[in-house]
Design a protein around this ligand. Structure first.
Ligand code: ATP
Ligand code: MG
Length: 396
């Protein structure tokens, strides 16, 4: 369904007596939870579809439909109560979005999500937009392994579908390791990417409305450890200005080419020779944008609500320098049941603690994040390094 009129906050559902408009989200993780908070702040009711009874978003939403993402009855129920529906995780079946879009406003659309779910389709899209990515080849069977160009090694073998947080990818030094890695990944269709010499990683988060209007956040500088985002730093000078401008321009071209509606994150590598290549896209708010909750006048979740509801988009303004630390399960100690020293952390100036309400810590599991804001990059970094030391996070 196309967006004909905005879903104004405070308006009523078309069913008499049904209460305020309801916005829905497929997926109940932390991104869904922060979307729900933003939507509720603006006076919408919310519905979350997620099979897990204890999902972080389901537990704070007005409605929680507990079923699989492709359950026809659950999807029909979501469509019945929601005026607009979005998604919070990449691997929500694109078919489910297409089904919902037959009767309801859905953003982002199934086509854009399907491209983001398939690394080969994604790279083809980057090519169409004229944005360079790492050299790669498709690996679908043993013949592809033997024919893969030697200059792609050493490389990284990534499954085409369903990878996240470094899962579904293996580093390979030579062809023998490539054969082994393909077997270890159950011979799923993969891409082999050349291992690039990275100087740094960064990302751009933008929001695009159905009318084509686009706004973006400042470029985020990201540090990954073991394939998982560990630290995001956002302040003047975090990335050389010319590269930042190029990243924003490339991200906008990628969104434009998808006729994208919603919040989109584009991840980039800056190579040691100073060139910029795109890594991948996420068709949703992104972990590297969580600082926007505390350091900007609008968060990425506020903009997700606005794009979904067809409301005006205004440029977000960052008012504080920010460093975000991801809080992963290992901070809960060897038994995964200790409480980290939040009191010491919260004694630091500009500390903003966000915990996602997950019942059980696991190593590598994203339990929350901590953003340190300040009026200068130096002050934000000093607080963040102190917080890292208190929590036992390696310095950066
Ligand atoms: P997520 O969805 O959580 O962002 P992912 O599992 O989809 O991650 P990628 O973004 O493809 O994985 O890769 C994870 C990290 O591995 C990158 O952020 C980067 O640090 C490293 N990496 C990936 N591809 C390359 C490459 N071609 N050369 C060098 N480093 C790479
Ligand atoms: Mg990534």
């Amino acid at each position: 369904m196309s967006a004909s009129a905005a879903l104004l906050p405070g308006a009523q559902n078309s069913t008499p007596g049904a209460g305020p408009l309801t916005l829905g989200v497929l997926g109940g993780g932390q991104l869904g939870r922060m979307f729900v908070h933003a939507a509720q702040t603006m006076g919408y009711e919310t519905a979350v579809l997620d099979p897990d009874a204890e999902s972080p978003a389901g537990r704070v939403s007005h409605h929680h439909i507990r079923c699989a993402y492709q359950d026809p009855q659950g999807l029909a129920q979501l469509a019945a109560i929601c005026s607009g529906i979005t998604t919070e995780f990449e691997n929500v079946p694109a078919d489910a979005l297409a089904t919902l879009a037959a009767t309801r406003l859905v953003a982002p659309g199934a086509k854009a999500v399907a491209i983001a779910q398939d690394r080969l389709a994604e790279k083809a899209h980057f090519g169409r937009c004229g944005v360079p990515c790492a050299p790669f080849t498709a690996i679908a069977g043993p013949a592809d392994i033997e024919e893969a160009p030697a200059d792609l090694l050493p490389g990284i073998l990534k499954t085409v579908r369903l990878g996240y947080d470094g899962k579904g990818q293996l580093r390979v030094a030579d062809r023998a390791q490539l054969r082994q890695a393909f077997a270890d990944l159950q011979q799923q269709v993969c891409v082999l990417e050349k291992m690039l010499p990275l100087a740094l990683e960064c990302s751009v988060i933008l929001a695009r409305g159905a009318d084509g209007a686009m706004v973006h956040f400042p470029v985020q500088r990201n540090l990954h450890r073991a394939g998982i985002l560990a630290v995001t730093e956002v302040f003047e000078g975090n990335v050389p200005a010319a590269l930042a401008a190029q990243a924003v321009q490339s991200a906008c071209a990628i969104a434009q080419g998808l006729s994208y509606v919603g919040v989109l994150c584009v991840e980039f590598f800056v190579l040691q020779d100073g060139s910029l290549v795109v890594n991948e896209i996420a068709p949703r708010p992104h972990n590297s944008g969580h600082y926007s909750l505390d350091a900007c006048d609008q968060s990425q979740f506020d903009l997700q609500v606005r794009t979904l509801a067809g409301l005006p988009l205004t440029s977000p303004r960052q008012h504080s320098a920010a460093v975000m630390l991801n809080l992963l399960g290992e901070l809960w100690g060897p038994g995964l049941d200790a409480t980290p020293p939040w009191d010491a952390v919260l004694a630091l100036p500009g500390a903003h603690l966000h915990l996602y309400g997950k019942r059980q810590a696991r190593p590598g599991r994203k339990m929350g994040h901590l953003t340190l804001t300040a009026n200068s990059p130096q002050a934000a970094r000093v607080s963040a390094l102190e917080a890292a030391q208190i929590l036992g996070i390696e310095a950066f």
